[in-house]
Design a protein around this ligand. Structure first.
Ligand code: DC
Length: 222
């Protein structure tokens, strides 16, 4: 049995950062499932595919070559790490992700990430659909305002010109879509450790999950 920690939650809760730090601390693999949906959103945009073209998107999800090299994400051999982090691509990802056929085609790629000595997987449906037997499930939340503020700082740092009120609106719209889709909607899986990160620092969140991982996997986490 490979130890798996799933970290789900809406965008801007720090799940990606927490998952990455925890994976490094444990020496485990990490899966950024959102990156897969973002790469698909970008690939679809580039081909001019409409977000409601479910079958064409599903075909693209099967054929596109996605690679992870350290922190870098590759699409058909091209480095797209920065290109997939824009708000427009995040929105496209959320739109292509509503289709059950698309999600199904990405399942195997995600499950392949479960390799010894362990996996930290972050996304929206890691604990509910992709790894339902995970030994530890975490669900992170934070207020929309706080998440928009965090995203604002991140994007500003990267040199993007962004407006905070627009980010709040976009985050709310994306939450709405991710929560209300019929396939694998964003929701806290049963038995998950729920952590409201609104007034917590990243190291505090990492410590909280680390303590829970020690209890869940006493032999693997020391
Ligand atoms: O975590 P993120 O912001 O990089 O994800 C981008 C979008 O991808 C998100 O709005 C919805 C979709 N997504 C998903 O449907 N399921 C996942 N496991 C991860 C992301």
């Amino acid at each position: 049995m490979i130890p798996i920690v799933t970290i789900d939650g809406p965008s801007g809760t720090g799940k990606g950062t927490v998952a990455g730090l925890l994976a490094r601390r444990l020496g485990w693999h990490s899966l950024d499932s959102g990156a897969l949906y973002r790469v698909l959103g970008l690939a679809a945009q580039r081909r001019g595919l409409a977000p409601d073209a479910a079958q064409a998107l599903a075909a693209l999800a099967s054929t596109m070559q996605v690679g992870f090299r350290g922190q870098d994400v590759l699409l058909d051999g091209e480095e797209v790490s920065a290109a997939i982090r824009t708000e427009a691509v995040g929105d496209a990802a959320s739109r292509v992700a509503v289709h059950g056929v698309v999600r199904e085609r990405l399942l195997a790629r995600q499950r392949e990430a479960a390799r010894p000595p362990g996996l930290i997987a972050d996304g929206r449906d890691m604990g509910s659909v992709v790894f339902p037997d995970a030994g530890l499930k975490v669900f992170l939340t934070a207020s929309a305002e706080e998440r928009a503020e965090r995203r604002y700082k991140q994007l500003k740092q990267k040199g993007f010109d962004v407006s905070l009120p627009k980010l709040v609106r976009e985050i709310r719209a994306r939450d709405e879509r991710d929560r209300n889709r019929s396939t694998a909607p964003l929701k806290s899986p049963p038995g998950a450790l729920c952590v409201d990160t609104t007034s917590m620092s990243i190291p505090e969140v990492v410590d909280r999950v680390w303590e829970a991982a020690k209890r869940a996997f006493p032999a693997a986490v020391v």
